[in-house]
Design a protein around this ligand. Sequence first.
Ligand code: GLN
Length: 326
Amino acid sequence: MPDLPEFIQYLYEEYRSLDSGSLASYIPELTKVNPNWFAISIITKEGEVFEVGDISENFTIQSISKVFVFGMALEDCGRQILLEKIGVEPTGDPFNSVIRLDENSKRPDNPMVNAGAIATAGLIKGSNPTDKLNRMLDMFRRYIGHDVYIDAPVFMSERATGHRNRALANLLLNFGIIDRNIEEILDLYFQQCSIVVNCHDLAVMAATLANRGINPINQDKAIEPCYVRDILSVMYTCGMYNYAGEWAYKVGIPAKSGVSGGIIAVIPDRAGIAVYSPLIDHRGNSIRGIKVFEALSEEFQLHLLDFPLEQCPFLDISHRDPIRRL
Ligand code: GLN
């Protein structure tokens, strides 16, 4: 089994020339990034950091925010209310699909697709929009370990062009999932998507989930530990949209992608991993990101459902528990 720092350096060299995919242009402001940016960061629950590439380039978090706002809504409202409003079923549809919300369930299938995330934003508590936003920024600060801010041009760009999200919000109002303040709820959703992060920040956030909600760098508690299980479950089944099944099968760790090119993944009780490369496929997942995770999972046997090696005579037992050895 290779040395981890050497292996991520190798992955970086191997995939940096892979230039298929495109920038997410449906949010015009997202095309203003350098398509070559590429970074990998792994942070263990003990706070050890392994990283390579454009680690400190900033970008907006986009759909990766859904994971953390879902956790916040769980803390604000509890499991029961959330389940009444938002399901936990993978859709097999694109992240911004309107169809199933209208045809089938009348409630969003899960909090990782846009319909569910807008409904989740509608559940965040606060006395007024500023209070809700400030609570949300504070939640992200606890996960990341420093103050966070919103990329105003990206926020304005999403707000000006987010017609599908507006359509979803109107349907959610029609089905009684959110209240009348559609523009206020959409603003909060667009703001959460426009929070500025870098690849290192994302790995710290993932490592915080891996460490049962405690930020492994500064020991701050970001979320009640009892809800980490809820978050990881929906990440595992729904985090990669209509690629979630293949991801669970091949990579086998809870993950979440965003259209700006980030992917986070959580190895419970071990480490958080983040990859950033803004060239995405037609499903909205980073192409280099998927390659890197496939290779990491294969090489270090990270698949959570891997057959116990003790019972598998073909595999060497010493290859077990790679991240513990980091
Ligand atoms: N802000 C984006 C949207 O609502 C997030 C989508 C994503 O990252 N998949 O369309």
